[in-house]
Design a protein around this ligand. Structure first.
Ligand SMILES: *Cc1c(COP(=O)(O)O)cnc(C)c1O
Length: 389
């Protein structure tokens, strides 16, 4: 019998109700053991040393592989460790075509770390297929996507980029953090490696930092396994357990947050204090149709720009439910301020040119009651407008 993803998730990645053979424990045990006794000197057992493999991690890796419809999953100590490790499949003189709206840490990895090893890159507007095509060189090995992107939720046409990559013998990597495998399955669309910051929706509780990678290409899987063991940025065993526990409730968390995000986006889109709103669930979003063709949810993250004259600090002071912080994808709503958080390193003119003004906020909607959230935002908008008038 095949089950829906949520059913498998609720059972900790096991297809039947899980219980551990020896004791009947319903949760995957935390195998806190760096080394494993070997019975045969001439033949190692399934596990020998936890950097190379651990039963708790195996359960997590199998779960994410099956969720992404892949064959092999890999757990890393952070999203950045997963992304950097995937880039370690490249060689010097290789070239990457990458979205200019990529996550800040990925930007840093490509511009400041890979450049040290003569791996070059071209930033492109991934929503412009012609621009992507023009950026491909004879030594381009990877086209790197992130969709929806941050913080303006730009949408990349995954199928179109995959087709372009295949014509040019490049691999495609995709950061699937915002959608999770519940709502976007890039491997099914031909992407070669899917990457996650599992710090966000997958774990869902603003507690652990974790990363995941999945592929269904045997050669890439072998290489990723080699890098994971050699570079050694593996997820700790306790955090593997914590992530498995968080993932059990991914579907109800994500979908509740998404329903609320849709309501909040609709409310704000008609609001006199809001200049612009960015959310793929609104028909006005330029990527709404492409997004709907490759994903089954608009997601739980939206961004909005306050009208000129509204005091952003006053607004932030009067918001009481969302925490004001970096990160996203948690049970509590998180309000971020890209100008001084994710995009602080970007020169002001460049930031403004990209539509990331200092009146822009990003909201990751949590699982609070949506009326409470709406009232809280409404109150903060009224208070900060009144101050100015
Ligand atoms: C947070 C994030 C990352 C980095 O993940 P860490 O777990 O913080 O290392 C990468 N991509 C996206 C889209 C993110 O939001």
């Amino acid at each position: 019998m095949t089950y829906k993803k949520q059913t498998t998730l609720a059972h900790g990645g096991h297809h039947q109700g899980y219980h551990e053979e020896a004791t009947g424990a319903v949760n995957t045990p935390i195998y806190l053991s760096s080394t494993f006794h070997q019975k045969q000197l001439n033949e190692m057992g399934p596990y020998d040393y936890t950097r190379s493999g651990n039963p708790t991690r195996t359960q997590l890796e199998k779960t994410i592989a099956s969720l992404e419809n892949g064959t092999d999953g890999f757990a890393f100590s952070s999203g950045m460790a997963a992304i950097s490790s995937a880039f370690m499949l490249l060689h010097s003189n290789d070239h990457i075509v990458i979205s200019k709206d990529v996550y800040g840490g990925t930007f840093r990895c490509v511009t400041q770390l890979l450049s040290q090893f003569s791996i070059s890159h071209t930033f492109v507007d991934m929503t412009d297929i012609d621009e992507v095509a023009r950026a491909i060189q004879s030594n381009t090995r990877v086209i790197y996507m992130e969709t929806p992107a941050n913080p303006l939720l730009q949408i990349t046409d995954i199928r179109a980029i995959v087709a372009l990559a295949k014509e040019n013998n490049c691999y495609t990597y995709l950061d699937n953090t915002f959608m999770t495998p519940l709502h976007q399955q890039p491997l099914d669309l031909g992407v070669d490696i899917v990457l996650h910051s599992a710090t966000k929706f997958l774990s869902g509780h603003s507690d652990i930092v974790a990363g995941l990678a999945v592929t269904k290409d045997n050669r890439l899987a072998e290489k990723l396994s080699f890098v994971q063991n050699t570079y050694g940025a593996v997820l700790s065993v306790q955090d593997c357990y914590q992530l498995l526990q968080g993932m059990k409730t991914l579907e109800p968390r994500f979908n509740k947050s998404t329903r609320s995000a849709q309501q909040i986006a609709e409310h704000l889109s008609n609001h006199t204090s809001i200049e612009n709103i960015y959310y793929p669930g609104l028909a006005s979003h330029p990527g709404a149709d492409v997004h709907a063709s490759q994903s089954t949810s608009p997601g739980a993250v939206l961004s909005f720009e306050l009208k000129k004259g509204i005091d952003v600090q006053q607004f932030a002071n009067h918001v009481s439910l969302p925490v004001i912080a970096v990160s996203l994808g948690a049970v509590e709503s998180i309000l971020s301020y890209p100008a001084t958080m994710s995009h602080a390193a970007m020169p002001v003119e460049e930031r403004e040119a990209r539509g990331i003004s200092d009146r822009l906020f990003r909201l990751s909607v949590g699982i609070e009651d949506v009326e409470d959230l709406l009232n809280d935002l409404e109150n903060a908008l009224n208070q900060s407008t009144a101050v100015k008038l």
